[in-house]
Write a protein that binds this ligand. Structure first.
Ligand code: SF4
Length: 237
């Protein structure tokens, strides 16, 4: 299969979409929390294919029951599984989290801080994270972007991905993994971390509130004039 390629001709449209959606949803958007990067990593692993409310409960229960990450690592896996029961697939996520914590403990010499990632260029920090089992581009971007590191990395969730495909910023066949690098490369290099975060947030909000998976509300969409899908036979524009 051909590798998805970057189409820089889409950059002006990506910026126009960003500006319009920022006006719609109100940028800058406040960061929704400020966890340290290791907590953000665990939180992100818990959130895979899980509603935010449920993964949030699982994370709270985990940190309430175990005083340190070392304690989570060394606990019986069944106890970790019980603590994270509100999320999907706790039986898979518990051993995975313990495996990740074993590696992080080794790599950080028992220091347990991932703050050093802030000193690395973002691609290197992402590569460090993605060398851990179960960590892909969405999780590495989430750790850098959402944690107190406030890194300049673009997470792409399923809403963001769908909206970007319909707007023609990426091809309809581009999977969510490769979409990360392509969509991030469309953003101007001089954008701040806050602007990159805002971009993710407004694309996600637009997917949640207007560009629904089934029956997108093209007739009231703020970016209909920029959207080939909404103006085509599939849309309602
Ligand atoms: S015009 Fe329709 S398909 Fe395009 S972004 Fe808006 S809601 Fe989504």
């Amino acid at each position: 299969m051909a590798r998805p390629t970057l189409d820089l001709a889409q950059r002006p449209r990506a910026i126009a979409v960003h500006d319009r959606l920022c006006a719609e949803y109100g940028c800058p958007i406040p960061y929704f929390h400020s966890l340290d990067p290791l907590s953000e990593l665990v939180s992100s692993l818990l959130s895979h294919r899980t509603k935010n409310r449920d993964s949030g409960r699982a994370f709270k229960q985990l940190v309430a029951q175990f005083p340190t990450w070392e304690a989570v690592r060394d606990a019986p896996t069944a106890a970790v599984e019980r603590a994270i029961a509100p999320c999907t697939w706790p039986e898979q996520k518990a051993p995975r989290i313990q495996q990740v914590l074993r590696l992080v403990g080794e790599k950080t010499g028992g220091d347990w801080s991932l703050d050093f990632l802030q000193e690395l260029p973002v691609p290197e920090a992402r590569a460090w994270l993605e060398a851990l089992p179960g960590v892909g581009p969405k999780t590495s971007a989430a750790v850098l972007c959402f944690s107190h590191l406030r890194g300049r990395a673009l997470p792409v969730d399923s809403h963001h991905h769908r909206v970007a495909q319909r707007l023609g910023l990426i091809a309809p066949t581009t999977a969510v993994g490769p979409a990360h690098a392509l969509l991030e490369a469309l953003l101007p290099e001089d954008w701040t971390a806050q602007q990159v975060y805002d971009h993710h947030e407004v694309m996600m909000l637009h997917g949640q509130r207007c560009c629904f998976y089934k029956k997108p509300a093209c007739d009231r969409c703020a970016v209909l004039h920029l959207c080939p899908y909404g103006q085509g036979p599939d849309g309602q524009g």
